[in-house]
Design a protein around this ligand. Sequence first.
Ligand code: ARG
Length: 250
Amino acid sequence: MILLLASLTLFGCGTDSSNGAGGDDDSKKYVIATDATYAPMEYMDDEGNIVGTDIDIVNAIAEELDIEVEFKNYGWEPLFTAVQNGEVDFAVSSITITDERKQTFDFSEPYYAANQLILVPEDSEVEKFEDLKDSKVSVQINTTGHEVVKGLLGMTSSKIVATETMPLAISEMINGNADAAIGDNAVINEYKKNNPKVKLKTVEDSAFEKEYYGLMVKKGNTELIELLNEGIQKLKDNGKLKEITGFDVE
Ligand code: ARG
């Protein structure tokens, strides 16, 4: 009985084109992968809904384009695979547009600007990124923060504590397993704001380059990129993007 149900479910998924990537009938629903551990950009609210600034932006794009969207919480590394093998239509996850990623994926126009930010205990003497050159630093694995820290400490340095999520990276620092955590500014600032009892401070460094977030699709899916860009452009023109994020991207 259970086996029968399972196979029916599998069969159902495989044939319902409105419910997955691919299929271009009118009822097409775009399935979007994210890593919902990244407040305020993408996270789970108390009811288990995926919410946040990125989600608001994609919902606004969907409204402009009159398309249906559904978000799925894949986690950070799995979301790249999900886009690549066509399990989802695209990903939104504060993903920085980088040359390296552009070899495997296509990106929309930028919709958000960010930079790395250092988070340290309040009594830390760290004043700039360089000061961490003999320290242990925690980051979320395979993020741009991870890349930046590899640049300072060395590609394979054992001083890098690379965790699956950003909250875990921050915990490593708070627990004393790392001297500093490094990540995207909005997320570091949000953590500090939400945890006033943990005595922390942020350290900026102008050496960190400006980063731009884009929506990420499978390489070669030009049609979808054009569609998403149309939506982003509309939100830039009518001021709604700025309303959601609080600033102009470029
Ligand atoms: N912007 C950084 C990057 O692209 C970090 C993004 C992490 N996003 C997330 N939802 N965990 O590498």
